[in-house]
Design a protein around this ligand. Structure first.
Ligand code: URA
Length: 200
C-alpha cells in the first residue's frame, strides 16, 4: 500500500474535531501521487461528503473545465482541501478545525512533493499567505523551499460572481509558464506556513 493510502486510513480514523461526527464520508483528497501541482480548496460540500471525493459538485465541474483549459485532467494533478470533513450546513471552517486538520495536508504535501501549490479561495490562501488579501494576490506566485505557491479565487466564487470568472480563467492560464519557469524563479525570503491567522 502506498504511503498516501496509508495516510488516508489515518485520516479516515481521525476524530480530532467535532465535524468528524457529522460526516458521511471523509474526503482526504485524490489524484496523482507524483503530481507536479496540488490544488487546495476549502472543505468538502454536500456532494463531496456523499462521495468521499474532493470537488465533485458544481465547483468541481468548473475546476475540471479550468484544468482542461491548460490541457490537464484531474488525474494528472492532486486535489485536496484544508478540511477533510464537511462542516454541517456548509458553514465556514472554524479556526480550531483548521488547526486540527492542518497536519493531514502538510503530510500530503510532504509525500507528493509538488512543484507548485495552488490555493483556491481564502481559507487555503491564508495557510500559505497569512494576512494577505485574495483580491490583491490572486494570480501572483512566490517560491519557498523549491515550491511555487500560487493563489487563485475559489471556483465556487467564480460560479456565483460572473465578474470573477474571467479573472479565475486568466489566472489558470498562467500556471503552465510558471511551472516551466519554476527552476529560474527566485526564492522569497520569508517562509510561509508559519504565521497562519488560523493557528491556535
Ligand atoms: N469546495 C471546496 O473547497 N472543496 C471541495 O472539495 C468542494 C467544494
Amino acid at each position: 500500500m502506498s504511503a498516501l493510502n496509508e495516510l488516508y486510513k489515518e485520516i479516515a480514523a481521525c476524530q480530532q474535531c467535532q465535524i468528524a461526527r457529522y460526516r458521511t464520508r471523509v474526503v482526504p483528497g485524490e489524484g496523482a501521487e507524483d503530481a507536479d501541482i496540488i490544488f487546495i480548496g476549502e472543505a468538502p460540500g454536500w456532494h463531496e461528503d456523499q462521495q468521499g471525493r474532493p470537488f465533485v459538485g458544481p465547483a468541481g465541474l468548473y475546476l475540471d473545465q479550468l484544468l482542461a483549459s491548460i490541457d490537464l485532467k484531474r488525474e494528472q494533478v492532486y486535489i485536496a482541501n484544508v478540511i477533510k470533513c464537511r462542516p454541517l450546513g456548509n458553514r465556514d471552517p472554524l479556526p480550531a478545525e483548521i488547526a486540527a486538520c492542518r497536519k493531514w495536508l502538510e503530510r500530503q504535501i510532504e509525500l507528493i512533493r509538488p512543484k507548485m501549490i495552488v490555493t483556491l479561495g481564502r481559507y487555503s490562501m491564508a495557510m500559505f499567505f497569512p494576512g494577505k488579501s485574495i483580491s490583491k494576490i490572486h494570480g501572483t506566485a512566490q517560491k519557498w523551499d523549491n515550491i511555487i505557491y500560487y493563489a487563485m479565487y475559489h471556483p465556487a466564487a467564480a460560479l456565483h460572481q460572473q465578474s470573477l470568472r474571467r479573472t479565475i480563467e486568466e489566472d489558470m492560464l498562467k500556471i503552465p509558464s510558471l511551472l516551466s519557469e519554476a527552476k529560474n524563479m527566485t526564492e522569497t525570503e520569508q517562509q510561509p506556513k508559519q504565521l497562519s491567522m488560523f493557528e491556535v
